[in-house]
Design a protein around this ligand. Structure first.
Ligand code: HPA
Ligand code: ZN
Length: 322
């Protein structure tokens, strides 16, 4: 249909993509072979068959196992280059890519190899791409602080920090000091909050960490005062429709609250989160939402525009997309 065609072809920004979540099963097996890593699954099909998740943690267990094949700088380059090709095909003009250094440094991979490999692929791409270093919230704040210090020789290669991994039981305030340090360094700040965790985690991401966007944030609607505040401050939510269905945040796409969020005046963006695991890249996320919810052409333009508006592009570059 006409609207599907417009949604697919319009220029878009992507603000919530974990690069390790773009690792397709075929590339996992190719890198395992190249690096002599033993996988727990005998074949690509067996691995893909394991992609049936009950919740965030059951996904994270498989996601970290998949990332274990990444050892060399070139592996990080190849993974990132493959994602950027898919993004380009979906008419993504700008992307702000999350990466999880602790997933790799804990296996002995030098942080410089992680950052340089991902960054070099970004520099080689036609798509505008910047990097956001994420701390794993199931690990300690001291581990996050050490990770930030270890990344400082590469300060020019990332624009911000984020917070991801197991949400419930690991509230934003656990990371007060490391976010304060990142803020002093002039880094942009984001955090996952209100995916599985309660609205209180969104409040503390705002008031304690001072984040500039909320990743997911879909549970904000449980708190009317919070919803009003997010709207008043034009605080963007990086919503990930297919992720929310695969991780059972909502039972079906028809029940997703994306349109309700828009109607509440929130700056909603659409993103892919972990496209290799959740069934699609950015266009598939847009199409899944548009196929299941009563969204129209105005919504398509608003969602695309929000992606650029909520980006960390410098004002002059941002203006060209708006
Ligand atoms: N939530 C938390 N951590 C993550 C996610 C997510 O959706 N994807 C990759 N790491
Ligand atoms: Zn995420």
């Amino acid at each position: 249909t006409q609207i599907r065609h417009i949604v697919q072809n319009m220029p878009k920004a992507e603000l919530h993509i974990h690069i390790e979540g773009s690792l397709e099963p075929e590339l996992i097996f190719a890198l395992a072979q190249r690096n002599g890593v033993q996988l727990a699954y005998p074949s690509v099909d067996a691995l893909r068959a394991a992609y049936a998740f009950q919740d965030l943690q059951s996904f994270l267990d498989i996601y970290y196992a998949g990332a274990s094949v990444l050892l060399k700088e070139q592996d990080f380059y190849d993974m990132t280059a493959a994602y950027l090709e898919r993004a380009k095909a979906d008419h993504v003009r700008h992307t702000e890519i999350f990466f999880d250094p602790q997933t790799h440094t804990s296996r002995g991979v030098p942080i410089g190899d992680v950052i340089n490999g991902i960054h070099r692929a970004c520099a080689d791409s036609e798509v505008s791409a910047t990097l956001i270093l994420c701390f794993l919230r199931h690990l300690s704040e001291d581990d996050a602080l050490a990770t930030l210090e270890a990344a400082l020789p590469y300060r020019d290669k990332f624009i911000g920090v984020g917070l991801d991994s197991s949400e419930v039981g690991h509230p934003p305030e656990k990371f007060t000091r490391v976010f304060a340090r990142a803020r002093e360094l002039g880094l942009h700040l984001v955090a996952h909050a209100g995916e599985e965790g309660p609205p209180e985690y969104i409040w503390s991401a705002l008031d304690v960490l001072h984040v500039e966007r909320i990743d997911h944030g879909v549970r904000c609607l449980e708190d009317a005062a919070l919803t009003r505040r997010l709207a008043a401050e034009k605080m963007a939510l990086t919503v990930c429709p297919l992720s929310n269905i695969k991780l059972r945040v909502f039972d079906t796409m028809q029940e997703h609250n994306l349109l309700t969020l828009l109607d509440a005046g929130l700056v909603v963006t659409i993103n892919s989160d972990d496209p290799a695991y959740f069934g699609g890249y950015l266009n598939e996320n847009f199409l899944a939402a548009f196929d299941s919810l009563p969204l129209g052409l105005q919504h398509a333009h608003e969602l695309a525009r929000n992606g650029f508006a909520a980006s960390f592009l410098p004002a002059e570059q941002k203006q060209k997309f708006l």
